[in-house]
Structure formats: C-alpha cells, structure tokens
Design a protein around this ligand. Structure first.
Ligand code: SF4
Length: 994
C-alpha cells in the first residue's frame, strides 16, 4: 500500500512541461511587438499595452467582428480591417490611430449610439453629480448615470472617452425595454444593450447552455430568451457569466448593482462549495464581503463560476452563524468564554482517554476545512490522543471506494487528467454524475468534447441536461454500473479492441481479468442493467477507439449545430468522469475497479486527455484524504500498517503512533452504541444529517458522554452537543484547499471572523496543547503561529506535498505530487509508468446490492445533489439559492404520477423499510418509470432517514412506496410550474446511426 514517491518527472507529465511556442514580431503604431503566433492583432496590441477600442471581443470567445469598433489600417492590405479577426503575422505593420482609422471608429460609434441612452456618456456634470443628487434632466430612471450599476465600470464609457465622442449626427427612435428581474441572480436592462452578443456567445461557446439568443433583425434586433420569455423559463443555470462579460449595464449581477462595487480590497481565494475549486476574488466593502469575481487566470475555472460560487457566498454573513462558544447538553447550552470551552474540551478528552483509553474517542473531520486544519485534526487524533479513529463523511461515502480501487490498480489514488484537458478528448464517458448541477464549471469542459466533434457517452438512469449533448445515453438500473462496465470490457476483448502493446508493457493480470468476464455476456449484462445490448456494444467501441469509430457520427440535434464549424477533436483519447452516482452504491469500489480495467485494457490512460477523473464532492474532500482524515491511511496515502511511514511520522511528531486501523464512521456509530466510544469530536461535519439511517445515528450521538461540535452554523449535530465551538468560515481564514484534480490552491481571509468565531486550525491547535500529556510537547507540536507554519510541516512529513508552501501557490496552485521546491507538480499521471510498477488488472465483481423493489416498496428512490449543496447547512443560508430552489421537491416519473393520481406540487409520503419522509413532488420526464429522485440538501427533509447503507451497503438508492397525502399548497404549486431549471425536452435514447 505504501507509495514510494518516485524521482521527479519519472512517471508523470510535469505541470511545467509545455510545448514550445513560436513567436512573431509586428509593428503596431510604430511600436515593435513580439507575441506568440496565432493571436489576433487586437490581442497582440492589448498585451503590448496599446488600446484599440472594441466592444464585442472577449478573451475566451471566438472572434465575432459584430461591433466593428476595432477598425485598423494594415500596410499592404486594402481598406480597413477589424483587429479582432485579423491574425497577427511576422512583419505586419498596423496603424490603429491613423486619421482614417479614427474617422471610421468614430463613425461606427455614432451609429452604435444612435439609439443608446447617452447621459451617462456625455453629461458635463458626470464627474460632479453625487449619488443622491436628483438629476434635473431625468426622464427615464435608467438614464441616470449615477444609478446605472455599471457607471464608471462600463466599457462603452471607456470607448466614448477614448474616441472623444461628444456629438451625435444619427438618431434612431429609442427602444425602451422593460427591465427583467425574474430571478434573484441576474437582471436585464434592455435599454443599455449594444447587441455585441457577448452574452449570447459566452452562454453558447463556454457554458454550453444557449439560454440567450439574438432575436429579430435590423433595427428590431434584441437579446432574448426563446419566445421572449423570462430567464426563469430558459435553460439558464444562473452562472452569471453573461452579466460578467456584458460591456455595459444591460445584464447585471443583482449583487453588484448600485453601490455594491468593491470599495476596499479584493482578495484572491477559492470557492467553498464543490471540488472543482474555482479561483475567485472576494471583494469587500465596509469590512464585509460585497461580491465575488471569477479569476480570469484561474487554472481550475478560467474566468468561470457557477451559481453557487458567483452568488452563494452570502452565507458567511447569515444571522445564524455561531458566534460564541457554548457548553451544556440537550438544548441547555449556555454561552461560555473561549478559555472555558477549550478547557472543557481538553479536560473532557483527557479524562476519557485516561479512564477508557485513546480508542474511546472518535474524530469526524470534513471535506470543507483546509488542508492545514485537516492535518492538525488527524495529528490531534493520532499523536496527541493516540487513536486512528478518524473519518470524514464525504471521504467515506463518496471517495473511499475510489481510493481503494485506484490504489490497488495503480498505486496512487489521484485523478489522472487535469480537468481542463477533458475538452481535448475524442470521447468522454460520464458515469453517475449530474455534472451540470454538481460540478458545473467542470461540465463546461465536458460539453466541449461534443462541440469539438468528439463523442460523449452518458451513463445515468436520469435523462439529465447532459443527455442533450450525449452521443449515447445508457440508462442502467441504479447500482448496476459495475456489470455494465464489465459488459463493455467483454465487447472490447471479444472484438479485439484491446491495446495489446500497452498491456504487455505496462500491466499485469490481464488473463485473469479476461477469464472473470465470462459471466458478463451481453445478454446477461442486458438483463442485469436493462441497457439494450446494441448500446453496450456501441459504448465499448466508442470508448476503445477514443471516439473515432466512424460508424457512429454525431447525430443532428433539435438544438441546432452541435459541433462548432471547423472543429475536430484534439486527440483520440478517452477519459472517464465519474462521481458519487457510482461510488455510493454497494458495487462502487468494483465499478471504479472496472473503470480502471477499461482504461488500462484499451491504453486510454497515461497520455494527454486520456484517463480517469473522479469528482470529489466538497471543496476539500481530496485534501482531507491527502491529509489522512481516514482511519486506515496516514497523511500522503501511507497505510497505518506501514512501519516505515509510521516511524517517520512518529519521529516528526515525537510520539508513538497507534498501530492498527481505526474505526470508520459506521464502526464508530456501532462502538458508540456499544459504549466503546464515549467522546466524539466533530469538525465541520454534520453526521446527524449526512450519515445514513439518521434516526439511529442521532440516538447514538445522544448517548455520548462528550460530543464536541465545531462548525460555522448550528447543525443538527450541534443540537446534540455538549460543547459547541464557533468556527470561522473559509472567507475568514488562510490555508489551502486541494481540488478534484490534485491542485493545491491558496485560500485567503477577506473579512474578520464573525463574532468570536476562530479559524479551525487555531481551535484544534489550542486543544492539542490542552490534551498533551507533556505541556512542553504540546507547545512544540501545536504551537503554530500561522497556517503557513502548518503547511511547512506538512511539506516536511507528507512526501506528495514535499514542495508545497504558501508562498509557491500562485494563480495555478500546484498539482501533487510535488517532490521539492523545484518541482512544478504533475499534470497528467502515468505518462511514463505507474506508481505500482505495472498497473494491476483485477476482476471487478458485481453483486446484487439488495435494493430491489418489492410489492410493498415498488419504487426505487435515488438520492442525489441538485442546485443546493450537501446537507444544506451552508447553501440553504444563501438568500438567492433558497429563493430559487428552497422548496424541497422529489421528482416522480410523470406516468407513475398519473397512475397514482399524484399531481405537481402534491404532498407525498415516501416510505422505505428504514424510515419515512413527506415532501412535495414535481413531475419529471427525466426519470424512468418506477424511479423517484430525492435531493439530499434540504434541512427540513433529511433523506437519510430512508437509507441504511451501513458496512459498504448502498447509500444512493432505496426501495420505497409513495402515498399521496394532500394536494398542492398554493406556493408549491406555482413554484413547480415556473421555478428552477427548465426541464427541456430531451432525446433520451441512443440517437446514433447503427
Ligand atoms: Fe464553486 Fe464548484 Fe461552482 Fe466552481 S463549479 S463556482 S467550485 S460550486
């Protein structure tokens, strides 16, 4: 199990191995400009500090030449050229400021402004008109420059000033459009629109949603949702990117209107929601977070955010935040000083350790705290208390199967491909992931595979939005993915599509693997999964060929041209993207194992855009595992059985470490019930909500002698606690998060912790000093001054973080393993070999997971994420998210609903063998008959009442019965008709030519 970190660059492609770029030299306005070849004249000029007026061009959109503002003269070329479309060439001589160019730029601007409000552009009082002065000239409120949300931040103002436009020769009748405020995130002000179509293009080219379009033509042109409907009735995912790229105030982020522009400072940091780890700037005003802005250069997101990252940071200021330490029990908590609370924790843990031994204490960490905090938490458990009883719910229930399967196959559990490289694949296979809702920004790269002419195989029982772009959509019975993947491999073997040379050079166990496929005939796999045999064959051929099997062209689409003109895939690589939609089933580990078998058997790993990308649920799920917040692995994926690793860590920590694996979450609950565990310290998690069989878990927690809960909100677990410690949010502390692609990124405090809350690392360190048997040891081992000190220690004792330090984490962060300070980290894994020498192919069994429906429970309820997040502790305290998606609704297949007499918005009881919840329903065409989808986030309806899922069982689905209880509440009924994402008509079956 132990990983020997190999010499740098011996196995993986280093992050700094980039192809050489040819440069060219041209002259712009007499200035010599050297630039990488392939850039437009406009971009070459901008990078050289030469401004050419432009409005429709945007850095990650294809050239459009819609506004015509950037007209320039080019020597030896006839007439004028648009600088945004002409490619810079060696020796080119460009004049952007000649009399002819200026004359035409001014003429274009005049035409553009002929029907545009102009007071904000030319009023002589612009600089002297304060925000509360009533404009005597006002006739339309949106004409006020001081009330325009974009005032002084408007690209049109900049162009006007640059051209020095002060008079207007052309006048068209004004087109007064009504502002649209249909949703809490983005507002539209048609008056300000200049029809540059940036919003339309970014929504299509980058986001892949195409919610907006250009309607009508000529003087009647407008930006519109289909059929002139509001945004809420489009496919809009409210990522806010349209408002970000809008050069005027026509589209506005609601949270950035009026005086909410940042006034003090902007702090680079990382989103606190999912594992994509989008880089952003936190903007503050009056000491508080005012809004956020995506980092244009962010390696994980490239200027993008989703609705959560863009708008759902307001939880940090929510009135429910825990502000003061509390001591007590069962609702009788009283406020305490920090010293009182920390002493109570220290004394309580010490007493239980002395009376019952270190294993009478358990620790539950979190995928939301920083690496430094996770590291200290497990160090507290192992070195100060002396137990390996430490676990983390997202690691346990989402990521642990991945760690076990990939460690066994490759010797390392890391994702093998950088997220952005996915778009270069010829074939992407998405399994068990509604990526558009769970990891939205990463879904942009996935969708681009198809837009580039590659193939997407979607394996998901639900016809999610992704199925619109899928070349092939397989809808297996929930939990049967391992059988399906084995069936695909059987086709690949039977048809001779395996990569013989790759297997012989770099793998072992192939013959045994082939023998294990005997039971997985297409007929049998079809019976188990419900997937047509022909579709299994096509999926196998497309995957093995990297999408190049010409028998299966990309089908035409109801949504127009799927493939962008002139595009073709950059590679014939295949990449697999998967998430908890497979790992939370009893067969999860086997399914990951089957994915590894497929990748190695076809040679689709260890090269650009080929490999495996497991998606981590929370922002730092991977970091928590990296840091050893699991019972069987020390920091850096070294087994607790590894004598050498234990000795090295023990020496660094000056402590004898426990020698046997600790209790995982399920076992901890068992041991609490039996009395073997008497104290539990929970940092940043909510096991009373997130663990399966919630009633049993809560009863167990209530039995504890000591329950310490450290969090930012009063969770269901905190309600059972004897000591509650208020923690600072991620916006209030420094540290690092490691995203789903192994990228360690810096997190920075943008505002002071609310109330008396403190960063988790400070709290854990203070407790470490209190529980130390020897106070001098405690001061040495927990006497950190800053999180940077903690990272310095991590780099000394965790080999895969060997070269990580806060000062090295720039915009791109570092992707582990980082051997030393000269190492730039690893981007693509296994380009030169596997950690374990040879990849170990091994049979991936399929076992019936026992969730079959019965006469008593005839429906299969599948749980999962939606726009809100995890247990809802954070996301349900975001005003916008709650307003938009706050009503909990289960989805029921429309035909089933009709048969049962259930209508949209009805109140329904969902009852399993383990529990019952009541919730409103919406009718859905996304689900197959007999299936129900229940989101997991809503605090009022903890879905984990329904599932058992212990001891590696299935957490993801459960057999249930439905019973209609009541008709729609007025609010729910209205919401179900208009709110939330639009369920678009979807081509749900294979649309390929056979
Ligand atoms: Fe945050 Fe994930 Fe959305 Fe990025 S994709 S903004 S990390 S929730």
């Amino acid at each position: 199990m132990a990983i020997e970190i190999p010499p740098r660059l011996s196995l993986h492609t280093s992050a700094d191995e980039k192809p050489a770029v040819r440069t060219i030299t041209l002259t712009i306005d007499g200035q010599t400009v050297t630039t990488p070849s392939g850039k437009t004249v406009l971009h070459a000029a901008i990078e050289a500090g030469i401004y050419i007026p432009h409005l429709c061009d945007y850095h990650d959109l294809t050239p459009f030449a819609g506004c015509r503002m950037c007209l320039v003269e080019v020597e030896k070329m006839h007439g004028l050229e648009t600088a945004c479309t002409i490619v810079a060439r060696d020796g080119m001589v460009v004049k952007t400021n000649s009399a002819l160019a200026r004359q035409h730029q001014r003429g274009v601007l005049e035409v553009l402004l002929s029907d545009h409000p102009d007071r904000c552009l030319n009023c002589p009082r612009m600089e002297r008109c304060g925000p509360f002065v009533v404009c005597q000239r006002d006739d339309v409120v949106t004409d006020r420059c001081v009330t325009c949300p974009r005032n002084k931040n408007c690209e049109l103002q900049r162009v006007v000033d640059f051209i020095q436009w002060r008079e207007q020769r052309f006048f068209n009748p004004r087109r007064i459009g009504e502002p649209e405020r249909s949703n809490p995130f983005v507002e539209r002000y048609p008056d300000y629109c200049i029809y540059c179509a940036r919003c339309v293009r970014v929504c299509d080219e980058v986001i892949g949603v195409s919610a907006l379009g250009l309607a009508h033509r000529g003087m009647d042109v407008s930006i519109a949702v289909d059929f002139e409907k509001p945004l809420t009735e489009s496919g809009c995912i409210y990522c806010g990117r349209c408002a970000v790229v809008c050069p005027t105030g026509a589209l506005m982020k609601t949270d950035s209107k009026y005086a909410t522009a940042p006034t003090e400072k902007t702090t680079p940091s990382v989103c606190t929601y999912c594992g994509v780890g989008c880089s952003m700037f936190l903007n503050t005003a009056q000491g508080r977070l005012a809004n956020v802005m995506a980092d244009k250069d962010g390696a994980s997101n490239h200027d993008n955010l989703c609705v959560r990252g863009q708008f759902a940071y307001d939880y940090a200021q929510h009135k429910d935040r825990l502000r003061v330490p509390q001591i007590g029990r069962d609702g009788t908590l009283r406020e305490a000083t920090w010293d009182e609370a920390l002493d109570a924790v220290g004394n309580g843990l010490t007493a239980i350790r002395e009376a019952h031994g270190p294993d009478a204490i358990g620790f539950i960490g979190s995928g939301k705290t920083t690496n430094e905090e996770s590291y200290l938490f497990q160090k507290l458990a192992r070195a100060a208390i002396g137990t390996n009883n430490i676990d983390d719910p997202t690691a346990r229930y989402c990521y642990a199967p991945t760690v076990r399967a990939l460690m066994a196959a490759f010797g390392s559990a890391g994702p093998t491909v950088p997220a952005r490289d996915i778009e270069d694949a010829g074939c992407v296979m998405v399994i068990g992931s509604h990526t558009v809702e769970t990891h939205p920004v990463l879904s942009f790269w996935v969708k681009r595979v198809t837009r580039h002419g590659g193939r997407m195989i979607l394996i998901d029982p639900r016809a999610t939005e992704m199925s619109r772009l899928a070349s092939l959509h397989l809808r297996p019975r929930p939990g049967t993915d391992a059988a399906l993947l084995n069936g695909m491999l059987r086709v690949i073997v039977d048809e001779g599509l395996v990569a013989r040379d790759f297997i012989e050079a770099r793998a072992e166990g192939f013959d045994a693997l082939v023998a294990s496929l005997a039971p997985f005939s297409l007929a049998e796999v079809g019976r188990i999964t419900g997937v047509p045999q022909a579709d299994i064959e096509i999926a196998a051929r497309l995957y093995a060929s990297g999408g190049t099997d010409k028998r299966y062209p990309i089908p035409s689409s109801l949504w127009g041209e799927v493939v962008w003109p002139g595009q073709s895939p950059a590679t014939n690589s295949s990449v697999v993207v998967y998430a908890s939609g497979i790992t939370q089933y009893a067969n999860g580990e086997n399914a990951v194992r089957a994915i590894a078998n497929l990748a190695v058997s076809t040679g689709q790993i260890g090269k650009h855009a080929a490999g495996i990308v497991p998606l981590t649920g929370q922002n730092n799920t991977l970091g928590a595992v990296d840091m050893g917040c699991v019972p069987d692995l020390l920091p850096g994926y070294r087994s607790v059985d590894d004598v050498g690793a234990r000795a090295a860590l023990g020496a660094a920590w000056q402590s004898d470490l426990p020698t046997t694996a600790g209790a995982d979450l399920d076992t901890m609950i068992d041991r609490i019930e039996s009395g073997a565990i008497r104290a539990l310290y929970v940092m940043g998690s909510n096991p009373a909500r997130s663990l399966p069989n919630t009633d049993r878990v809560r009863a167990a927690l209530a039995k504890l002698e000591l329950l310490i809960v450290q969090d930012i909100f009063p969770t269901e677990t905190a309600a059972l606690a004897s000591i509650v410690l208020p923690a600072a949010s991620a916006m209030e502390k420094d540290g690092t998060f490691t995203n789903t692609e192994r990228r360690v990124q810096k997190v920075n405090a943008a505002q002071r912790p609310v109330g008396q809350s403190r960063p988790d690392w400070q709290i854990v360190a203070a407790i470490g000093r209190r529980v130390a048997v020897d106070s001098a040891w405690g001061d040495r081992q927990f006497g950190y001054s800053t999180p940077s000190d903690v990272m310095d220690e991590i780099s000394r004792v965790v080999p895969i973080y060997g070269g990580v330090s806060h000062d090295r984490l720039g915009v791109d962060g570092l992707q582990w393993p980082v051997a030393d300070r000269d190492d730039a980290g690893a981007s693509t894994f296994y380009t030169r070999g596997f950690e374990s020498g040879r990849a170990r192919l091994a049979p991936a069994a399929y076992v019936d997971d026992g969730t079959a429906t019965s006469d008593k429970h005839p429906f299969l309820a599948v749980t999962g994420r939606s726009a809100l997040w995890n247990t809802g502790a954070i996301s349900s305290r975001s005003r916008g998210l709650t307003k938009m998606w706050g009503d909990v609704e289960a989805s029921v297949n429309s035909d089933d609903a009709l048969r049962l007499g259930i209508g949209a918005g009805d109140l329904v009881a969902i009852e399993s063998a383990h529990g019952r919840v009541e919730m409103r329903v919406k009718l859905s065409s996304e689900l197959l008959a007999g299936q129900v989808f229940v989101p997991i986030h809503h605090r009022e309806q903890p879905i984990n009442h329904l599932v058992d899922g212990r001891a590696g069982g299935t957490l993801k689905s459960v057999a249930v019965r439905l019973e209609r209880l009541a008709g729609p509440a007025p609010k729910s009924a209205a919401k179900s008709q208009t709110g939330g994402f639009l369920t678009l008509p979807i081509l749900t079956t294979s649309r390929l030519n056979r």
